[in-house]
Each structure stands twice: as C-alpha cells, then as structure tokens.
Design a protein around this ligand. Structure first.
Ligand code: SF4
Length: 126
C-alpha cells in the first residue's frame, strides 16, 4: 500500500457526478475503485485510468457546398492521445459537395477502428 497511488476522476455517466478514486499499484494496475454509486462509475474509472477515450467532433472543408465546412465526428470513441493528431490530419481534408449525412470521410482513422463520418448533409451551392 505505501507505494500505491490515488487518482481522482469525475464520473460523467449521469448528472449525479460521483467523485471517483482509483487506487493503483506501482505498475499502474488498478487495485480498487471507490466513490461510485453504481457499477457504471466503476467501469468508467477503470477505462479512464487504463485507456481514456474520447469522441472527436470537428468540421472538414468542402468545395462547392452551400457552406464552406461540414460537421463530422468519429463513429466511436478513440484513444485520447490521438485526438489532437486526428484533428490536425482532418485540416488537410477537402471534400467535394454534395456530402450526405453518414458519409464515411476517413475509414479506420489512424488504425483506431473508428471512421470519420459526416453528421449532416451539405448540398452543392446554387
Ligand atoms: S457512478 Fe453511477 S450514479 Fe454516480 S455519476 Fe456515475 S453513473 Fe451516475
């Protein structure tokens, strides 16, 4: 126990916002999770501690569309450490209108298993 570390997270599973405490050993293995009210919080804290993931939402440039950019998102949460690189890579993507909601813009982005998909239609201008 003396070498164990305590890390704190705020559960985002519901509006209650339980304050979670993860006790990990010197190999960063989770020993115990405390502070949750339901099992969802326990699972969230373990995931956040071992492999934090985030959905990415941003926009991508469109040529010939009614508007200059179309909103996109990842089809699933991706490793938090890759979010910035994904956003940077999407800056160099330019689509041609029309774009349909659900169109896959980038498949298996950075090998994460998640696709980048359009979240709205972007009709051609005029
Ligand atoms: S642990 Fe359960 S009750 Fe608490 S914030 Fe998370 S989801 Fe809500």
């Amino acid at each position: 126990m003396p070498d164990n570390t305590l890390t704190h997270y705020l559960c985002i599973g519901c509006p209650l916002g339980c304050r979670l405490e993860v006790e990990s050993d010197d190999g960063d293995n989770v020993v115990e999770v405390r502070g949750w009210t339901c099992k969802k919080g326990d699972a969230y804290a373990r995931q956040e501690h071992i492999d934090p993931r985030r959905m990415v939402t941003t926009t991508v440039r469109v040529n010939g569309g009614r508007w200059a950019r179309v909103p996109v998102k990842t089809s699933d949460a991706v490793p938090k450490g890759q979010v910035e690189a994904i956003c940077r890579a999407l800056r160099s993507v330019t689509l041609a209108a029309p774009v349909r909601m659900g169109d896959v813009i980038v498949r298996d982005v950075f090998g994460t298993g998640a696709d980048i998909v359009a979240t709205r239609d972007m009709p051609a201008a005029g």
